[in-house]
Ligand binder design. Sequence first.
Ligand SMILES: [Zn+2]
Length: 508
Amino acid sequence: MDTRERGGPAVVLHGGTVRTLDAARPTAAAVVVRGDRIAAVLDDARDAPAGASRVDLQGGCLLPGFTDAHVHFPAWALARRELQLQDAASLAEAVDRIARAAAGTPPGTWLRGRGWRRERWGADDEPTRATLDAVSAGVPVALRAHDGHSLWLNSAGLAWAGGDLDTRGGVVERDAAGEPTGILREEAAWRFEARAEPGATETLRAVRDALPAAAAAGVVAIHDKDGGRHAPELFAALRDEGALPLRVWQSLPAERLAGGAEPDLHGGLLRIGYVKAFMDGTLGSRTARLLDGTGVEITSRAALEEIVRRASAAGFAVAVHAIGDLANREALDAFEATREHWQPRGLRPRIEHAQCVHPDDVPRFARLGVAASVQYTHATSDRDVADRLWGERADHAYPYRSLRAAGAVLAGGSDAPIEELDPLAGIRAGVLRDWHPEQAVTLDEALVATCVNPAILCGDGRRRGKLLPGYLADLVVLDRDPYVDLEGAQVVATMVGGSWVWNAPPWD
Ligand SMILES: [Zn+2]
């Protein structure tokens, strides 16, 4: 493409370290942006076109913008609005915060919260609806526990649910008199949540409010996993009103294939191009499917093969959640068995999480061309549970270095709202990992996984993800070079398609 054809004034970014993430030319002195593209990458800022406006990086670092390759964006956006109880050290402290939040909750709306940890409170600190009723004055209250597997409701919340929450696989806790205490567990909690899910209007508002926080974290693109929460429609509405400051690669739940879903690869900032399926559950809830025969099978190997065949025929790539070593093996088996369906079409399959991978299966990712979509922060926050529940298996858990050494393509994500939507935090967790540090990745690898590979996975590898002439100007400015000080590096500003979407210069 001849970028000289593109109009508009040129902007030259100079005065810091430019890291292109292109192996042929890793660093440069300046980048010239014109329109939505990078017009030139310069070894001497004095070669910038006459009349170009200048942005001084002030000793900072210019990088391709970050992609969060695994995020439940609408769920994260909604979670940000909820009362955060993660660090409430006692029942009294939690109730104090709930009381203040309830006082500010408009009539007719829910007070939702998350993150309480009964296991960290005193022996008598039992959460009950009575405790909530005393401070919530009729406002319906629903508070999700930190692990997401329990819900704490007040009487108004329970009354709204209408009583029939008893279900197979669920627990409605009751007191000595047989009355619900306000605590729901597992299936009973899911059943309640499915009924009380916020509507499209509330979700749209939450997503709109959350977008600046993503831009502030240097995010120029997301691979969203919330295809079921009206996500495609919400993102389309925001794009149409010019309010979408990032690129969205949207998944759809595999069930949508039955409804004749088709990919939309021409939607500008929003493209819908892959389906999401689940092989198993999670580590924390002990539903990860392991080679020792434990865990829960959500999709069988044969069923995944069928999904891949149908998805490929419709033009979708497949991303499948697999945590346990058996789940990962069967996902790889299914991709291998269906290779003739996806490979000639250029579709890029991926395994989401790849948390526990048997050493025999590690080389198969590269050999088959299956990407590992990983979340470095999981290895940090799961370490104690992994050691406890997986024992020796933890020796081959979160095997990022092994996967890289075998040539696998890694893509980095957050899994927000499970973890913070913060690519720099993810990169730090991957590089500075001290639990099984032999599985840490290099900063080069972490940046490639965060900037370059996600663009490749959505078919944008030749127009995004590196700082090269002709590529889209999706950039992030850091206050310092992360190769010098990774722990201290902060995002200063973010540009998508040549427009500043966070903290436009001048900076001082
Ligand atoms: Zn997820």
